[in-house]
Design a protein around this ligand. Structure first.
Ligand SMILES: Nc1ncnc2c1ncn2[C@@H]1O[C@H](COP(=O)(O)OP(=O)(O)O)[C@@H](O)[C@H]1O
Length: 288
């Protein structure tokens, strides 16, 4: 069953008092770095020392096993807001954003044979063949920055074969975020979406118009952001999404994406903070 992940774990009897909130609170931009910075755990002293007996020993976090970096996947229909949320997530959690669509567009821009072939499928709103996508994503996930900082995988996997390949390479995400937005809204979002090629910022002609005439004049539209192509992409998405979801049932969190970007991010941020909190307080992460 797809549901919110149960992040709440029972407090350990040996912890008194519980770790201060600051040791696992993830507010502001420093959130991600807390994962790697030494934190302190308070543990009740088991034996009374002969000198003034402190009630607690301070156990350096160095004793504590370092947490592996976060690995997250995000999925949603075209224009469900994945790109916007990815930007907010990576800003706060310092993850490497890996977008299958962006990798493919870079391949097209390079003029390679793979890029030419990919474009044919993208024009039709279809999935690009696994032979092109799978290794492209695997190579990017294997780069040092992704391994060190963790990753946010956007738009992959989009089929059960891609999910199987990901597992086969040993990539196991911690959380799968699925953005849900009603279809009529998606189409409206797609046709009004524009990109500023200078800053990389995404605008919407109606809902988030450019700030100046100068920016407005240089905005570009993705070649597949027409109503006709968006409908084809949506069809492809709907055909494949349940297969992929069924493979990540236990780590999936569904988020209603038909809200302001801040409200959507608050939901995602809460889920991520709770997951990190649970990791930091789970029995395996405590020194015995
Ligand atoms: N994992 C993938 N497998 C196959 N094709 C993909 C994959 N990700 C992206 N594509 C191709 O790139 C296109 C654009 O993807 P993307 O930039 O993620 O935008 P959207 O999700 O809005 O369609 C898709 O319509 C598809 O043709």
């Amino acid at each position: 069953m797809v549901c919110c992940v149960n992040y709440i774990s029972p407090p350990r009897a040996s912890l008194s008092p519980p770790p201060s909130r600051s040791s696992f609170s993830f507010s502001g931009d420093a959130g991600h770095s807390l994962l790697r910075e030494p934190t302190l755990l308070l543990r009740r002293a088991t034996r009374s020392p002969s000198i003034i007996a402190p009630r607690f020993q301070v156990v350096a976090a160095a004793e504590k096993a370092e947490q592996p970096p976060l690995k997250i996947m995000i999925s949603g229909a075209p224009a469900s807001g994945k790109g916007t949320q990815c930007e907010l997530i990576t800003q706060k959690y310092g993850l490497v954003h890996i977008s299958a669509g962006d990798l493919l567009r870079a391949e097209i821009a390079s003029g390679s044979e793979n890029g030419k072939l990919a474009k044919e499928y993208m024009e039709k709103g279809q999935l690009v063949p696994d032979e092109i996508v799978v290794m492209m994503v695997k190579d990017r996930l294997s780069q040092t920055d992704s391994e060190k900082n963790g990753w946010l995988l956007d738009g992959y996997p989009r089929s059960s074969s891609q999910a199987t390949a990901l597992k086969g390479f040993g990539f196991q995400p911690d959380l799968f975020i699925v953005l849900e937005v009603p279809e009529d809204i998606l189409i409206e979002r797609v046709v009004g979406r524009r990109l500023d090629p200078v800053t990389g910022k995404i605008y919407h002609l109606k809902y988030s118009p450019p700030e100046t005439e100068e920016i407005a004049a240089r905005l570009t539209q993705r070649f597949d952001d027409t109503e006709e192509k968006a409908k084809l992409r949506l069809k492809t998405h709907n055909q494949n999404v349940s297969d992929v979801l069924s493979m990540y049932d236990d780590i999936t969190i569904k988020i209603k994406g038909n809200r302001s970007k801040e409200e959507v991010f608050t939901q995602i941020d809460t889920a991520l903070s709770q997951m990190l909190q649970q990791r930091n307080t789970s029995p395996s992460s405590l020194s015995s």
